[in-house]
Structures are given as C-alpha cells and as structure tokens.
Design a protein around this ligand. Structure first.
Ligand code: YH5
Length: 283
C-alpha cells in the first residue's frame, strides 16, 4: 500500500520512519529565529539522508508543564520550516498540531500529512483536516498534556484506547475524510502508566488488525527511561528495540528522534518479513 501525501508517496508495504523535528524555542535555545530555522532545516535534511520517509514538524510542546502556545506564535515557528522543507525535500512533511488554523496554513504551504495528538477534537480541526485532503493520524490521549500523567486510570486500557480510536475514525468518515487517509496511534505516554504502555505495546496486533495503518511514538519516552533507568540521551537502544517490536507485528509508521539507528533496525525487520521461500535461490 502507498500513502499519498499531497503528491508525495510513502510506501507502507514496509515499516517506515517518521523523523521528529521540534521547532519549539527550547529545542535550539541559542540563536535567534533565523538560526533556529536554519538549524531545523539542516536537521531535517540529515534525517532524510538517514532514511526518514516523512518529517514531522511540531511547534507546540506537549510536555507536562509546557506553556500553551498561541496560534500566531505556532504559525511563526512552523510555517517557514514547513514551506521550505516541502519545497526542498523529496519526502512529505507532516504538521504536528491540534490547531485547525495551523493545519490549514501548513497544508497551504505544502504539508502532506496532519499529525494530531488530540485526534481532531479541537474546534474546527475535523473540517480543516477534511478540507486539507491529506492523510491524518489520530492519536489517543487521556486528559490534557499539562495534567495527563498525574493519575492515569483505565478499567481496560487496550479496549478503551481501541474503542476511542475507532470512534474517532467513524466521526472522521462522517465528516468526509477518506478511509485511505486515516492512521491510528495508541498514544504511548499520553495519560498512561508504564503498565498501560506495556499493555498497549503487547496489544499492537489488535490495532494492526483494523486494517488501518498504525503509527507509534515511543522514542526516548519515559517508559524507556523507567525500564532502563536511563536519561534522555541513553534511551536510543531501548527505543530502537521498541520500534523493532512494533514493526514486527505490522506497525507501519514509527515516529523517532534517532532516525539512522531505527532505519537500520527496520531494514532487518522488513527483510525477514518480506522473505519468501521461492527467493531462496538468490541467496
Ligand atoms: C506520539 O506518540 N508523541 S510528542 C517525552 C519524551 C520523549 C518524547 C520524556 N507527538 C507522539 O515525543 N505524535 C508526541 O521524554 C506524537 N504519536 C504521535 N502521533 C511527545 C514525545 C516525547 C515526550
């Protein structure tokens, strides 16, 4: 299967990497706006050279305690980057936002994918995504970014996340978004304890069985940090291991910081999974 992102394609017959590009001021604290933009562009080019199939540009931090960002501020941060990368890169640019206005403007300047951690629940987002005519990923979150990790609770985390995502898919379909444009994401770390995250990781085949492409973001998250007792910089191998587990059960898009390492690991997964007996003469 091929995902058509405003004319640029992603081959979903094998697992692909979505490279994370943060354009929040804290990501490049030194330098002004111009330097920040230049550094972001360079980082994106490197991720594509390393094998990223899509670049996810985000200007709003979803970390607990991060300040809210106005529409104007978010547009100032992301639009120059989305516009330049859409022009310069052969891969689609994803806009990581929950704001309808940011979705609209980003698609206007070339974004080919919408990544919304709020699954289009914010005002105007369903209409903006439908009008955008680009693929959209719908992510599950319990609560709001500021408070979601304080005391997450579920009776049955897998069932609740699954039901929520299929409900959002149904609403998107009613609003005119094509089935071929919908991607689901269980939302690792968004209102989830370590046990919740592990239950969801183990249940990924259930999400894959919907037939919709599944996206996951586990890279460097606190579930890896907790399991390894490791700080951010020491979570690469744990993150790659989680990516391999997900890809091996059919997850098609893996959102990561460490593109080169993940791409290499996923090449092994897809070589094994696409190997057929009749090809053995070629070895
Ligand atoms: C996701 O899962 N996540 S932003 C905390 C970390 C490390 C990384 C404590 N956007 C997702 O990446 N979009 C984010 O260390 C996302 N799926 C989708 N679709 C959070 C993040 C992070 C948070």
């Amino acid at each position: 299967m091929i995902l058509d992102c405003a004319g640029k394609c992603v081959d979903l017959s094998r697992p692909q990497v979505m490279g994370i590009l943060n354009v929040t001021p804290d990501s490049f604290s030194d330098g002004g706006c111009y330097q920040r933009t230049q550094a972001a562009l360079q980082h994106a080019h490197q991720m594509v050279a390393d094998g990223a199939a899509i670049i996810d540009v985000g200007g709003e931090s979803t970390r607990p305690g991060a300040p809210a960002v106005s529409v104007a501020e978010e547009l100032d941060r992301v639009l120059p980057v989305v516009e330049a990368l859409s022009r310069e890169l052969p891969v689609p640019i994803s806009i990581d936002t929950s704001k309808a206005a940011v979705m609209r403007e980003a698609v206007k300047v070339g974004a080919g994918f919408i990544n919304d951690v709020a699954a289009l629940q914010h005002t105007g987002a369903l209409a903006a995504a439908a009008a955008g005519l680009v693929p959209v990923s719908l992510m599950h979150m319990q609560g709001e970014p500021r408070t979601m990790q304080s005391a997450p609770h579920y009776d049955d985390v897998v069932r609740e996340v699954y039901d929520y995502l299929l409900q959002r898919v149904a609403i998107c379909r009613l609003k005119g978004i094509k089935q071929e444009h919908l991607i689901i994401d269980p939302g690792f770390g968004f209102g989830k304890s370590l046990a919740h995250n592990l239950a969801l990781l183990k249940a990924l085949p259930k999400f894959v069985a919907t037939g919709l492409p599944v996206l996951v973001g586990i890279s460097r998250k606190s579930m890896i940090g907790t399991l390894l007792n490791a700080e951010l910089g020491d979570r690469v191998i744990g993150s790659v291991a989680a990516a391999v587990l997900a890809a091996n059960v059919g997850v098609k898009l893996i959102r990561v910081h460490d593109v080169k390492e993940t791409v290499e690991a996923l090449k092994i997964v897809s070589a094994v999974n696409s190997y057929r007996e009749c090809e053995k003469e070629e070895l």
